[in-house]
Design a protein around this ligand. Sequence first.
Ligand code: HMG
Ligand code: MG
Length: 316
Amino acid sequence: MTAQEPGLPMVVPAQDLPGRVRIHEVGPRDGLQNEKTTVPTEVKAEFIRRLADAGLTTIEATSFVHPKWVPQLADAEELFPQVRDLRGVHLPVLVPNTRGLDRALALGARRLAVFASATESFAKANLNRTVEESLAVFAPVVGRAKDEGAHVRGYVSMCFGDPWEGAVPLHQVVHVCRALLDMGCDELSLGDTIGVATPGHVLELLSALNESGVPTNVIGVHFHDTYGQALANTYAALEHGVTTVDASAGGLGGCPYAKSATGNLATEDLVWMLQGLGIETGVDLGRLVATSAWMAERLGRPSPSRTLRALSHKEL
Ligand code: HMG
Ligand code: MG
């Protein structure tokens, strides 16, 4: 145990957890994509710069999707050049097809993400394709991205439950994960799009993936906090050896194509827990809280992050 610093938790390491976690910050993309009022491009760029300044090194910047499907991110072409030269920061962007890939590569994006679904209903709602059709669209996208030397993440949505189909069988998730890796994805992100996962379910899926030959070191976890389980689920994943955790500054977010999806795990809440466990993230919690508070002001409503609320009342 080490002495407590103001605005930080007491550090009490637990056994058998990773020494370092890479936080994949999704606030500017997953966090903002559902906002009804258009956030000015300059505000988005400033948000990304402030997040980088707070020590986040992977910041998902935007999506090169059809502007009619996600109007909030229709400014990807204006935004990306404003931030792409930030030093020491990876700026992944979402691409749903070759059209999106062309747009992203033309601007020099070097970290890309395709986004698949474990269920037919969400594949249809989000991509206007069946699961297999969307995988067939992604294969040449991932192939070309790899030829261009890009790093590719493969998201899998609805890994733990689906608002239309209910329970999602493990084998469906494993199938899509395997398909994404086989086509060349460098890493996976397991999406609990509607936030229904609980820790035992997380461990069960991770074990099923390992048994099918998917190593833990290519797996990231992406929890939404609808039922307040995101941190507990994260802790279970850490115990299993996962070292990449997605989170959204201020707990912003939701998916426009998934009924009942709320914000992601708040990055502040994640950092508070990891810091208390003595796990390195490179993030300055005070700067992060200031950034999310600044963004909440821009959006005109308070952040749902508990840590942000607690620390906003203190001298940081
Ligand atoms: P579609 O209507 O089937 O598209 O949409 P299409 O292939 O039939 O093409 C129709 C027209 O759109 C064509 O134009 C294309 O060129 C154009 P036309 O020839 O008629 O003039 N088009 C594009 N234009 C710009 N950029 C593009 C693009 N693609 C086609 N990339 C499509 C299919 C995939 C495009 C559409 O469904 C789409 O954009 N979906 C995106 C939905 C989305 O972004 N959802 C949120 C992200 S996923 C998420 O949040 C979950 C995650 O966080 C993990 C979790 O929590 O689970 C990642
Ligand atoms: Mg999400």
